[in-house]
Design a binder for this molecule. Structure first.
Ligand code: HEM
Length: 121
């Protein structure tokens, strides 16, 4: 068990929960509540990136897989944000749901494949 990997997993799991809560709140029309939860989620994005970067710099494995993992993580966050903005603006979200789910599944799959953080420290 190591703190860096656990912090990273904890932040993105909490982030995912906040995506669903924010989405549901925009859908139910509670705009002011949704705005607050959405703002907290944006802080969580920063924590996901910070804990991911922490792992990246600790591991110092600058190969294609690790760089892809980081880029996919940032793309996943981008789709989370675009999904919520489209919901907020009452635009169609089908395409964004598909993009978000594909990005998150690939990111988690690659993260679980690498998993070196658990072995090294
Ligand atoms: C929503 C976004 C993200 C998700 C769902 C995600 C998911 C994961 C998962 C499942 C792991 C495997 C943990 C383990 O078992 O060791 C992981 C590890 C990692 N992630 Fe992320 N991540 C995200 C964002 C990021 C970002 C933005 C970065 C970089 C800036 C990043 C960099 C890393 C690195 C370097 C590892 C270590 C891999 C290893 O242990 O060998 N991740 N991530």
């Amino acid at each position: 068990m190591n703190l860096s990997t656990h912090l990273h997993i904890t932040t993105w799991v909490i982030g995912l929960i906040f995506v669903f809560v924010t989405y549901a709140m925009y859908s139910s029309g509670s705009k002011s509540g949704a705005k607050i939860v959405h703002m907290i989620l944006r802080l969580i994005y920063l924590l996901i990136i910070a804990t991911g970067a922490d792992l990246l710099f600790r591991l110092q494995l600058w190969n294609g897989e690790y760089i892809s993992k980081a880029i996919l993580g940032i793309i996943s966050i981008g789709f989370m944000e675009m999904l919520l903005i489209r919901r907020k603006k009452q635009k169609s979200t089908t395409g964004m749901w598909i993009a978000f789910i594909i990005a998150i599944v690939v990111t988690i799959a690659l993260g679980l494949r690498l998993q070196l953080g658990f072995k090294l420290f």
